[in-house]
Design a protein around this ligand. Sequence first.
Ligand SMILES: Cc1ncc(COP(=O)(O)O)c(C=O)c1O
Length: 478
Amino acid sequence: MTPEEFRSAAHELVDWIADRRADVELRPVRPDVEPGDIAGRFAAAPPLTPVEASAVLDDLDRLIAPGVTEVQHPMHFGWFPSNASLSSVLGDIASSGLGSLGISWESSPALTEVEEVMVDWMRQLCGLDDGWHGVIQDTASSACLVAMLVARERATDHAQVTTGLGGVAAPLCVYTTEEAHSSVRKGALLAGFGADHIRIVAVDPESRDMRSDALAAEMARDRDAGRIPAIVVASAGSTGTTAFDPIGEIVAVAAVHHAWVHVDAAMAGAALVLPEMRSLFAGLEGADSLSWNPHKWFGTILDCSLMYVRDPAHLIRVMSTNPSYLRSTAGGEATQYRDWGIPLGRRFRSLKLWYQLRIDGIVEIQDRMRRDLDNARWLAEQFRDLPGWEVVAPVRLQTVCVRHTPSALDDPSHGAELDEHTLAWVREINTSGQAFLSPSMLDGRWMVRVSVGVESTERRHLEQLIELMRAAAESPSR
Ligand SMILES: Cc1ncc(COP(=O)(O)O)c(C=O)c1O
């Protein structure tokens, strides 16, 4: 494709993207497809002859786009907000168009240095002190794995360059809660801690936050038994109920054992840009690492996960390889982000943040997030006042967890039927395409999370959602 051909095809594509965003509300939130439907629309064999770009765009429109779940839809309340602000999409396009190779400072000095500036701008916007040093990882899952690896190496006096874990006599332990995201367990398993050494620390039954006295007891028990408490992963805004583990208390307990503290704030870390919400993260300054995803509520298109560490020298020591073909004339003066994570090749991700911060501006982003907090509080109030409905977890940020209990099922002996009821009314809404919600387990019973925060969601959409939920759950046919 020549630059001229690209110019015209790209204009068409951008028009198509803008049109889709403009009329997103007219489409169903969830596509009406079964597994295999989309793949079945493709030829089994790869194409051998080229076609015009317009034919490809036509196929994108006909075959592929109808198979996406419209997470930019204002009636999308599932999982978490996965906002892709159009300003950040421009940065993503710019990143692709520049075609940069991020394998060393020399392979694209701008890629490295804009990332340095962006992580520092974001640090300031989050109210973090300048002892935090940042990098953009692809996802919070990767950041968590990196935290596990650096914690493992700190706890074993860098055994990776000698015997590895095989030579470490004492097992290393990981501490988290049942509220933690599945990536925490995955990271612990991949980093070699072993499932037997993952401790699920008790939570407060109301808030679902980690109990630091229970953490202290678990760590002491392990230490007394000759095991090494290596890392605590604190959830700052858990996926299910937005529980906030008490970071300050956890830091104090972990310090006794010289254990690493990683704060997983994948979704909720965006709230750090709201000064009035920072008390939820009290004690953060004592942690060793933090990650949060601008690619969720904040609105930067996937993938953009910020990771901050207190001790970058330790991180680099664990992650650095420095093969001869990548040796740089820039020496120690330049940051080599390949030594801050797992992949060698990196995209120019910081451009997404740069575009978003320049074009939307932080005040607009903050206003939108405050609108979402208000909307979530309002939604919870509505459900608190409705007979048969219950808000089953504290509303810390923008997620409201609810359950509807018909009077006939209002007895613990009907637990299984209540679960069926919950799943049935959510399924009805989700298959209708009018809205999308994610059910989730809480204390062994299904409930429904309403995750508010899509860029285009206004109060009127919540009013519509309440109608839909009531019609589905309170229907006499249930
Ligand atoms: C608390 C928490 N941690 C980690 C993750 C995983 O994020 P990612 O998809 O960036 O790996 C999520 C995703 O929802 C999350 O809510």
